[in-house]
Design a protein around this ligand. Structure first.
Ligand code: DOR
Ligand code: ZN
Length: 345
């Protein structure tokens, strides 16, 4: 049997929600990962240190004691974020970044920022205090085609922010295009990107061919094959600017299988296994450890993990659903399909 052993990985972009959903998903992450960057797009969003500490406590209480898992907290930028909020965040060891959602770009982004120029003093404080900016990189202009929204954001918004704040550390989250890959490759070391398993494994045909497949719908939306290929190349290149961030984003099955289905793929149940599939297909399993376990920690200026995990090459079937409440469930990415890598208990 083939197996690989890796330094324990971290997930640098994760949604875990609250309540019953949190209880359903958090141990799926904690059994694999040592740490995860927790997205703050709750309703209402996590906008200050006190709220983040409460949320961190709720996550820790939902996590099984058998795991040694640390949730790394992030604050949600709004039009009302103050320089004092940034100062307080920079002093709190629990807080690791701010997240920029352009208002209207995605799930629970209505409290997001409407005018980037208006928050320049906030970016200046983050640059000064060495607090990373995590970016959902899509424009929201209704005129712009959904498949072009990431490229246009980079051209019109991100490159301008980077020019004005050259020392600001920025993670362009869940990159989906060759344009994003190129931007990040050409930028200095303070600009990095996360890549999700679904964007390595699928192109937009997965959503649209043979019927509408809502469980492949996420934002930024899956793109054409040439973009997927560019992402696989970046992830498996050994370039430390690209690292693991699942963007696992659980929604109840009935809210995905809906006339207005929610955006988000649930991948946390088998995140490292899904990345192993993608790296194995590319013949690059030797590059998985850097991507999954080293480069993100280095970018966030945190120590690398010292524990190890082992993956075995063995087939197993993904469940059709995970129960969330007595009546409600969650459908994972690749529900009912066979995965070829399995994390050893
Ligand atoms: O598909 C997505 N789901 N993209 C996001 O940016 C947000 C996320 C969510 O919170 O459901
Ligand atoms: Zn996300």
């Amino acid at each position: 049997m083939q197996q690989i052993t890796l330094t324990q990985p971290d997930d640098w972009h994760l949604h875990v929600r609250t309540g019953d959903m949190l209880k359903t998903v958090i141990n799926h992450t904690a059994r694999q990962f040592s740490r995860a960057i927790i997205m703050p797009n709750l309703q209402p969003p996590v906008t200050n240190v006190a709220q983040a500490l409460n949320y961190q406590q709720e996550i820790q209480q939902a996590t099984s004691r058998q795991y040694n898992f640390t949730p790394l907290m992030v604050l949600y930028l709004t039009n009302a974020t103050t320089v004092e909020d940034v100062q307080q965040a920079s002093l709190s060891p629990a807080i690791h970044a701010f997240k920029l959602y352009p208002a209207g770009a995605t799930t629970n982004s209505d409290q997001g920022v409407t005018d980037l120029n208006a928050i320049y003093p906030i970016f200046a404080a983050m640059e000064e205090l060495n607090v990373p900016l995590l970016v959902h990189g899509e424009v929201t202009d209704p005129e712009i085609d959904i498949f072009d929204r990431e490229r246009v954001f980079i051209e019109q918004k991100l490159s301008v922010i980077h020019q004005h704040f050259p020392d600001l550390r920025i993670v362009l989250e869940h990159v989906t295009t060759s344009d994003a890959v190129q931007f990040v490759q050409q930028a200095p070391d303070n600009i990095a990107a996360t890549i999700t398993p679904q964007h390595l494994l699928y192109n937009r045909n997965a959503i649209l061919v043979g019927g509408i497949k809502p469980h492949y719908y996420c934002l930024p939306i899956l793109k054409r094959e040439t973009h997927r290929e560019a992402l696989v190349k970046a992830a498996t290149s050994g370039n430390p600017k690209f690292f693991l961030g699942t963007d696992s984003a659980p929604h109840l099955t009935h809210l995905k299988e809906n006339s207005c289905g929610c955006a988000g793929c649930y991948s946390a149940y088998a995140a490292i296994e899904l990345y192993a599939e993608a790296f194995d297909k590319a013949g690059a399993l030797d590059k998985l450890e850097g991507f999954a376990s080293f480069y993100g920690a280095d970018f966030y200026q945190l120590p690398r993990n010292t524990q190890q995990i082992t993956l075995e090459k063995t087939d197993w079937q993904v469940p059709e659903h995970y129960p969330v409440t007595e009546k409600e469930q969650l459908t994972p990415l690749k529900a009912g399909e066979i995965l070829h890598w399995k994390l050893q208990a």
